[in-house]
Ligand binder design. Sequence first.
Ligand code: FPP
Ligand code: MG
Length: 333
Amino acid sequence: MSWIREGELNLLERFSANVLKAGPMPKHVAFIMDGNRRFARKKNMECLKGHMQGFNKLAETLRWCKHLNIREVTVYAFSIENFKRTKEEVDGLMELARQKFVKLLEERENLKKHGVCIRVLGDLNMLPLDLQQLIAKSVLTTKSHNQCFLNVCFSYTSRYEITNAVREMAWGVEEGLLKASDVSESLLNECLYSNNSPNPDLLIRTSGEVRLSDFLLWQSSHSCIVFQSVLWPEYSFWNLCEAILRYQLNYKSIQKARDLHREQQTLMQLESDCACVADLLQNHGNGKPVDAQRRQEALQHYISCREERIQDFLQALKHKRDSYFSDLWREDA
Ligand code: FPP
Ligand code: MG
């Protein structure tokens, strides 16, 4: 089964999609694809067959998303917690991932034609080396595509991602690239694995479980979260429409909360910059009073230096991450 499913929507689906598209549509949808094993049990199949059906459902869901103009999708494919499952299941999931990334590389021309960029978010070091290499190849091969984006969270948990982002900032301070006072919510955001994506507008969990299981905790604070009782391999176009409808019903309050948060963040950054400048003037001004104009000039200067510092740090971080992927590819060649 391939990653890209061709095919149009049927007449009724097309009609419903057009009705939904008359309202505000989510641009980025995230899925916790839960219920594969319960589905397998229900159908008297081996557990791994449930995961295979789960992958097929992912491909089908991506096709629906494309028709609904949803250009970005993020999925929870393998949590760090999942390493605690039986060896047989973990090995089976690794093998399934191997097969799918091999398939992805075989389909590279089709992915190029559709402009699909695949990103893998998580700590790849925890995976078998050959799988790391396949993932690195897949990510680098589709890196420049920009029509739609699929983020596969693999060997991922949100707490691990946030801890890693904090470590990256600590590294930046240690290397002298950042000042401790540069650490902020927006900088942490840039250090997450998800730094290339906007936050999800809609987060869907299937199977009836009503928790986030350490998935996109940081990114989903202003997302519409929809829990649906259907098992993932049985997910339908109509389930997706229902979730989008719930997003549309909550759209106004979500936007309001997002705008408020953005304003608060800008204000907090300004307060932090002002405090840093006040300290500097205090320490270097020999206690002399400073007039408003000099204070304003010092603030502008401080802000532009901080922004430059942060850009240089993010560039260094990007270089570190890009090298990790290209080294993996080179080792494999
Ligand atoms: C959760 O259902 C599902 C998973 C842990 C694995 C999901 C993986 C896929 C759908 C395949 C994706 C593969 C790639 C390469 C993208 P569960 O196992 O927790 O089922 P349960 O809740 O019924 O026990
Ligand atoms: Mg589960």
